[in-house]
Design a protein around this ligand. Structure first.
Ligand code: F6R
Length: 243
């Protein structure tokens, strides 16, 4: 794992968008996995902008969403699906054959997990995974205490995830469970970028980068990824030991 520190969120997002462009130019049929949430928002916007400006062919890549709140639909403002629609699917005009998102309304969520795992396998694995980090160290909905050896699964949400997660919604929503790719998917991805910005992420970045590798702080698993990159701004990096 390595760390890349940028002056601010815009520059960090610019770097990430360029990585996405590079991937699709080098491998037009690449499989990309992206988190929802605030951290990758600008990177997605810049990516769509660059695709248009540079006339990049995005007709063959495939993307999978990292996770979803169980019980929420694509129509719910703040759901991951709703974000992906606005950030990638609509701006790029992606056809439904070009992405797969968990159906968190399904009455067979185990089957949803199996479908996701089968798609990732069939596509030859994830080429680039772009994730954020929660205030409890979660990645996706791999909550503190999660088994590191899981593929896609359904999990009870940690208290911090439920409290912090309210920021995404305009209306009252019941947040109890999440459906998510597992950390086996992260370790198997060819490249992983973990994005974080702002002072409030400094303590979790410190733990992820310098702390013990433990399932009680899932993002510490990044230390095990040879091609993992912590992509942060100066503020999020402020507690890291300077070399
Ligand atoms: C969202 C997700 C979460 C977020 C994390 C950070 O799809 O997977 O793990 O990445 O909670 O959220 P933000 O980026 O909003 O600070």
């Amino acid at each position: 794992m390595q760390t890349a520190i940028f002056s601010d969120y815009t520059i960090l997002s610019e770097y990430t968008a360029n990585e996405m462009i590079k991937l699709i130019e080098q491998n037009p049929t690449a499989l990309l996995c992206i988190a929802s949430g605030d951290s990758p928002k600008m990177a997605c916007e810049l990516f769509c902008q660059k695709v248009k400006e540079q006339n990049i062919d995005t007709s063959r890549f495939f993307f999978v969403g990292l996770d979803e709140w169980v019980g929420l639909s694509s129509e719910t403002f703040g759901s991951c699906h709703n974000d992906f629609q606005k950030r990638l699917i609509q701006p790029l005009g992606l056809s439904t054959s070009q992405y797969h998102l968990f159906n968190a309304l399904s009455d067979d969520l185990q089957n949803e997990c199996e479908i996701m795992d089968a798609i990732i396998k069939e596509k030859g694995g994830i080429d680039l995974m772009i994730v954020g980090i929660g205030m409890n160290g979660h990645i996706g909905f791999n909550e503190p205490g999660v088994d590191f050896n899981l593929l896609s699964h359904v999990i009870n949400l940690d208290e911090t995830t439920v409290t912090v997660g309210k920021k995404y919604f305009r209306q009252e929503v019941k947040l109890e469970k999440g459906i998510t790719l597992g950390l086996v998917h992260l370790l198997n991805s060819k490249k992983v970028l973990l994005l974080a910005n702002g002072e409030r992420k400094a303590a979790v970045i410190k733990k992820a980068v310098d702390g013990e590798i433990t399932n009680l702080f899932p993002a510490s698993i990044m230390q095990r990824h040879e091609n993992g990159l912590i992509v942060i701004d100066n503020k999020a990096a402020s507690l890291l030991t300077k070399s």
